[in-house]
Design a protein around this ligand. Structure first.
Ligand code: XLS
Ligand code: NI
Ligand code: NI
Length: 436
């Protein structure tokens, strides 16, 4: 039995900060109340099907290191059913409230488009039956529009309209399944929506195609009554040299241009933020500032490597700032913390993926608790409000509201002599460290 893969491993329970057992939670205490909500309802952890169940440990220089019984030795649909069994066993062991998947993670490619869709629907039937008794819910679904060679020059942005149409077929089926399983969001990561060389690329044409594709998806979402947002996942590069959904700011401009604000938001990933030359909290803060925040792919990149290493998030100060942003805005709405993270290819033991999730869940719980305390004390919010307090005066408010002309402001400035004030960066860095 494939589910024997985790034989001998007990469901992970909260055991308190003194526990040294890596298969217990030390900080993630799901029923503990934090800022008026259960911890589980704040963090909304999701297990990513692709990293946990389909990636065999390959890298560009070597083959499989994770020899999983559900990855070979039978026909693809039998393996897909075994994979579903082992996945739901892992959700149960981790007491995970959510999971997320691409169509191709859960069901194999068929011989035709309708064959692929039939495979997906057959596995969705299995999921639906399992979800009747399982706790786990679907955070989001998505379509893999980047692995197959037909998508090598893009899906929505492919120069060939037949590929565009094929992508429409897959994305419709994936949204249908996401809707049927009660998914709370639908994600679009445009891995091949970019270019390798401008010598063969018409950027304006490709952007219009992408705008059209997303508009059709939004129309369809409304037609079937899918209530959740469509989430674009920004990433600057990899696999393409330049990806159109470069970062949050780029996506915002794109959504505005194609009139998609309101229906489409962002799924922000730590490693992608870093690849774009930003910090994680920069991307999150900007998404809130522009009102397109949706969800999080929680992972971490390596400072010394320039690609998407997708390691488990373990950096408590960084996660504290993330949770501080989210908590400050009232917590997740449809989003959650999706573990778009994979173990290293040397972590070959069955317990390793569980230990990885537990350690990262604990890091997130610590970040949440620290953020709650910081917000209670207004440790960062207080100094921030003070710094902008000048803008609360009636005259400054009138300027900001557009009620003054440049001549009026210039005239009034003649009697001013503004004095510089400290930005207090090191003081604030010290404050953060007091809480983590
Ligand atoms: C790849 C992306 C991908 C998306 C889902 O870099 O992170 O895994 O999250 O397609
Ligand atoms: Ni991701
Ligand atoms: Ni990624």
């Amino acid at each position: 039995m494939t589910t024997d893969f985790f034989a001998g491993i007990e469901p992970v329970r909260y055991a308190g900060p003194d526990s040294t057992d890596p298969l217990t939670f030390r900080y993630y205490d799901k029923d503990r109340m934090v800022a008026g909500r259960r911890m589980e309802d704040h963090l909304r952890f999701s297990i990513a099907y692709w990293h946990s169940f389909t990636w065999p440990g390959t890298d560009p220089f070597g083959g499989e290191t994770l020899l999983r019984p559900w990855m070979s030795g039978a026909d693809p649909m039998t393996l897909a059913r075994q994979k579903a069994d082992v996945a739901f066993r892992m959700f149960e062991l981790l007491d995970a409230p959510y999971f997320a998947f691409h169509d191709r993670d859960v069901a194999p490619e068929g011989e035709s488009l309708s064959g692929s869709i039939a495979n997906l629907n057959a596995i969705a039937d299995i999921f639906e039956a399992k979800m009747e008794t399982a706790k786990v819910r679907l955070l989001w679904g998505t379509s893999n529009l980047f692995s197959h060679r037909r998508f090598m020059s893009g899906a929505a942005t492919n120069p060939d309209p037949e590929v565009f149409s094929y992508a429409c077929g897959l994305v419709k089926a994936a949204l249908d399944v996401t809707h049927r399983l009660g998914g709370e969001n639908y994600v679009c990561w445009g891995g091949r929506e970019g270019y390798e060389t401008l010598l063969n690329t018409n950027i304006g044409q490709e952007l219009d195609q992408l705008g059209c594709f997303l508009s059709m998806l939004v129309d369809y979402k409304h037609k079937i009554g899918f209530a959740g947002p469509i989430l674009i996942e920004p990433k600057p590069k990899e696999p393409t040299k330049h990806q159109y959904d470069f970062d949050v700011a780029t996506v915002y401009g794109f959504l505005q241009r194609y009139d998609l604000l309101g229906d489409v938001k962002v799924n922000i990933e730590q490693n992608h933020a870093v690849l774009a030359g930003h910090s994680f909290d920069h991307e999150v803060r900007l998404a809130y500032a522009t009102d397109i925040f949706g969800s999080i792919d929680i992972n971490r990149g390596d400072d010394l490597l320039g690609w998407d290493t997708d390691q488990f998030g373990m950096n408590v100060p960084e996660i504290t700032l993330l949770m501080h942003e989210i908590l400050k805005h009232g917590g997740f709405k449809t989003g959650g913390l999706n573990f778009d993270a994979k173990i290293r290819r040397q972590s070959i033991d069955p317990a390793d993926p569980l230990i990885a999730h537990v350690a990262s869940m604990d890091a997130c719980a610590r970040g949440l608790l620290a953020a709650e305390k910081m917000l209670e004390d207004r440790a960062l919010e207080g100094p921030l409000a003070d710094r902008y307090a000048g803008w609360k005066t009636p005259e400054a408010k009138a300027i900001l509201a557009g009620e003054r002309s440049l001549e009026q402001v210039a005239e009034a400035a003649l009697s001013l002599d503004p004095q510089p004030r400290s930005g207090r960066q090191e003081y604030l860095e010290g404050v953060l460290n007091r809480y983590v």
